[in-house]
Structure formats: C-alpha cells, structure tokens
Write a protein that binds this ligand. Structure first.
Ligand SMILES: Cc1cc2nc3c(=O)[nH]c(=O)nc-3n(C[C@H](O)[C@H](O)[C@H](O)COP(=O)(O)O)c2cc1C
Length: 280
C-alpha cells in the first residue's frame, strides 16, 4: 500500500510527526508543501494520503488551504490529517476547516488527529522549562503510536473540536486582516551576521537579502521559521519576542528544515524514491 504524506513545518514539530508516521506506516513518500507552492495542480495516486501541519491562529495555515484547493486525488483514497499545536484540540478549528475544504471539492477527509507539542508562537508564550518541554515531546511521541495504528487500520477517527465556530472566526480574521500586515513586524538587531539563513529557511521565499540584511516581503506566512532559525538570534517579531529562547524540535536539524523547501519527495522504508506526479 502506497502512502504519501504532505507536510508543512517551520520549527520541526510537524516534520518530526510526518516522518515518524511515515516510518510506522510502510512504504511512504514525504513531500514538503513548501516546494509545491507554485504548482497550479498536484495530482497524487497513492492509496493513503496524509497532511501534517501546525495550527495557525486556531485553524488552518493558508499554505495548507491553498494546497488542498489544488490537490487532485486520482482515485478514492483514505485521507488523514495530523495537526500539531502548542495547546490542544479544544482550541482549534483546523480539522473542521480542512474537512469542509475537502467536502467543497467532492472529496472526504477520513480521519483527523491533534498532536499537542510545543508552541512556536513566541509573542504569546515563552518556551516551557526544559524538563517540561521534554515531557511534552515524549507524550507527543506516545500519541503517534495510537495515530499510526488508527491510520494503518484506516479508521474513520475525527477528533472533536468542540468550540470550532469561535476559533474558525478568529482564524478568518487573522488570515484576512492581520497576516497581510505581519511582514512589517519583523526586524533584525545589531547582532545580525548577514548569514542569510533566514532567507534560506523561509518556506515561501519571502525574504530578500538587501545589503546583507533580510527584507521581509508581503507573502509572509508568519510561521516564524526565520526568527527561530536565526543562528545569532537577531530576528525579532513585534515587541514580545526579545529575550525569549528560540525553538526547534530536537530531532530535526536546521539543514533538514532548509532542505524541505526544495519540495523533494523522500521515501521511507524500502521504496524507490519517485515523485508524485505534479501537473502544471
Ligand atoms: C502564527 C502562529 C500561530 C499559532 N497559533 C497557534 C494556535 O492557535 N494554537 C496552538 O496550539 N498553537 C499555535 N501555534 C503554535 C504551533 O502551531 C505549534 O508550535 C506547531 O507545532 C509548530 O509546528 P512546526 O514546528 O512544524 O512549525 C502558532 C504558531 C504560530 C507561528
């Protein structure tokens, strides 16, 4: 049985979840959404199709929304989503939004899961102390056992998001009103070494280096990959990130996050590396 998992990840949580699931499921291709942003259509012929991505303002990241709108499933398949977050399913509308998007296209989201991890949204919260952070990640890994087992059995499990109408409204407001302006809130401090890691990490190529300094363009997804990935911690976002520790999932390297941008498909287990067919 062929699996394809599409993922989006800024600080590694979702990449870790995607590849852990891939490792448990059998022959599986991992494909980063960052490399697919410019394709008008993405056709996939796998038997099981998964999406793994972070919660953004209580709902779907725009990158995921745009991907699903362009996704073409060649045959009836089992579809699932795993949403990573800094809180839990009670503060989310991501699965409900995703299921509605599939439905609009005459497709079906068969299963949806939440994986509680570490919040990358530094303006709102600082990282927990190290022991608590590790404990949360261990708990998340345990959740993955259960999720992989459900996917293997093709169970139609949809984890409930009880307060989704409120959170869907907040997500809509963020996407339409706040996000288009958020690129203006980034700035560098005097310690910027002009290394360009921020531009390399940005999943949507939204950062241009000008006179050795990053300049944020208007397509920002507010994923904070640049802020968390800056080796000299010289990037701030608004007034509430200064002095706060940065985050990357401990099992994921900066190079792996950078490589994800190329959109290269990676196979797990013993399958040949072959690309899903992308139509333009
Ligand atoms: C702009 C932004 C908004 C976020 N909104 C939420 C949220 O509404 N609820 C939540 O639990 N976590 C939220 N987070 C935290 C991420 O969803 C969480 O840390 C996720 O696991 C990060 O995944 P990644 O490491 O794959 O990028 C937000 C993060 C960012 C950058």
């Amino acid at each position: 049985m062929e699996h394809t998992i599409y993922y989006f990840s800024a600080t590694g949580n979702s990449l870790h979840v995607a590849r852990t699931l891939a490792g448990k499921l059998g022959p599986c291709q991992l494909v980063s959404l960052s490399g697919l942003t410019e394709l008008p259509q993405v056709t996939v012929a796998a038997d099981v199709v998964g999406l793994v991505f972070p919660t953004r303002y209580f709902g779907l990241p725009p990158l995921v929304r745009s991907f699903v709108e362009r996704l073409v499933l060649e045959k009836p398949v089992y579809t699932f989503a795993a949403v990573t977050s800094g809180s839990n399913r009670h503060f989310s509308s991501a699965l409900v939004q995703l299921a509605a998007l599939f439905q609009q296209k005459g497709q079906h989201l068969d299963a949806g899961f939440h994986v509680d991890m570490i919040s990358s949204y530094l303006p709102l919260s600082a990282l927990p102390p190290e022991p608590k952070l590790q404990a949360r990640l261990i708990r998340a890994d345990r959740q993955l056992e259960r999720i992989a087992a459900a996917i293997q059995k093709r169970e139609p499990v949809m984890e409930a998001e009880h307060f989704w109408p409120v959170f869907a409204a907040i997500n809509h407001y963020w996407r339409k009103q706040l996000l288009p302006q958020s690129y203006r809130k980034f700035y560098t401090t005097g310690t910027c070494s002009s290394c360009g890691s921020c531009a390399t990490l940005c999943p949507v190529r939204n950062i241009r280096m000008q006179h050795g300094k990053p300049v944020w363009q208007e397509q920002c997804q507010e994923c904070l990959a640049c802020l968390h990935g800056c080796p000299s911690q010289s990037i701030e976002f608004g007034a509430r990130t200064a002095g706060k520790k940065r985050y990357r999932h401990p099992a994921v390297t900066a190079a792996e996050l950078m490589a994800a941008k190329s959109g290269a498909a990676r196979s797990s287990q013993n399958t040949e590396q072959s690309e899903p067919s992308y139509e333009s």
